[in-house]
Design a protein around this ligand. Structure first.
Ligand code: CP
Length: 310
């Protein structure tokens, strides 16, 4: 029996499912250390990426290989698939779901993963839909926080940077609503604040949050600093981008004011908003975080397939 089918958004995960997923990810760490297992030798995963990716695509493909499965797919799908000839997303998904057992898709448009799932004969995993959501990134973010702190309840999480277009922030906010006494501080330039629909969800779930522009005043009190890139490619104009760019930088001076056990995370890639001088600090966890993506994605694939194809 599988416990997941499509993975489209973070709101579909409750605490029980998160706990089970994180237990599986922990087991997958051991599987990966041993080089993998032949768990799904008859399964094929398609990766269909309309936007650039390093971590998400490579870690999903590595995860499938570590589980003994096979991978087909394309990057730059708007150029390298028949999308360039005018094929619709729906037609493409109908075809690809006949060739594979799981589709991992990144798309430029909010809601694209839902559209794909509506016509797919196999599970669809949302690997990022424009500025909408990036649920699997948020799952690995949360897994990292749990691993590093031993739990998530009661933590104060600062989310910094481009909170409008930063899809990982949206998904992570939704996931955090599953935990007790979590407090979120949203720190952003004025033109890329956290969207009202995310705040509405947090209000419904009674999650404590605040919006501020003052990172320095929080530096000594937050437990987690979730830094994000200003997403240049999503701004309507260069002028709007330049209003947001370069406002919040995590550098040595700021890190020196953080708690000794604070955690600095970033979904990556970074574009100057965390200085490399911070990389050797034990609080800088973003490379450990990216590594956890492999284990979470192995666990997600297993949850989508369940007991099939043993
Ligand atoms: N964090 C993340 O989604 O990275 P990529 O864009 O490289 O996949």
């Amino acid at each position: 029996m599988s416990t997941l089918y499509h993975v489209l958004g973070a709101k579909q995960f409750d605490r029980q499912l998160l706990d089970r997923l994180f237990d599986s990810a922990k087991e997958m760490e051991q599987v990966a250390v041993r080089g993998g297992i032949q768990r799904y030798p008859n399964k094929i995963m398609s990766t269909l990426f309309f936007e650039a990716s390093t971590r998400t695509r490579f870690s999903f493909e590595s995860a499938m290989h570590r589980l003994g499965g096979r991978v087909i797919g394309t990057e730059n799908a708007s150029q390298f698939s028949s999308a360039i000839k005018g094929e619709t997303l729906e037609d493409m998904i109908r075809i690809i779901s006949g060739y594979s057992d799981l589709i991992v898709m990144r798309h430029t448009d909010i809601g694209a993963a839902k559209r794909a799932a509506a016509v797919s004969g196999v599970p669809v995993i949302n690997a990022g839909d424009g500025s909408g959501e990036h649920p699997t990134q948020a799952l690995l973010d949360l897994y990292t926080i749990q691993k590093e702190f031993g739990g998530i309840d009661g933590l104060h999480i600062a989310m910094i940077g481009d909170l409008t277009y930063g899809r990982t922030v949206h998904s992570l906010s939704y996931l955090l609503a599953n935990y007790r006494d979590v407090r979120i501080s949203f720190i952003s330039p004025d033109n890329v604040q956290i969207p009202s629909y995310v705040k509405q969800y947090l209000d419904e779930k009674k999650v404590a949050y605040e919006e501020t522009s003052d990172l320095e005043s929080l530096a000594g009190s937050a437990d987690v600093f979730y830094q994000t890139r200003i997403q240049k490619e999503r701004f309507p104009s260069v002028e709007e981008y330049s209003k947001a760019e370069g406002k919040y930088i995590i550098d040595r001076k700021l890190v020196d004011t953080m708690k000794r056990n604070a955690l600095i995370l970033h979904p990556l890639p970074r574009a100057g908003e965390i200085h490399t001088e911070v990389d050797d600090d034990p609080r800088a966890a973003y490379f450990r975080q990216a590594q956890n993506g492999l284990y979470i994605r192995m666990a997600l694939i297993e949850k989508c397939f369940g007991d099939q194809d043993q």
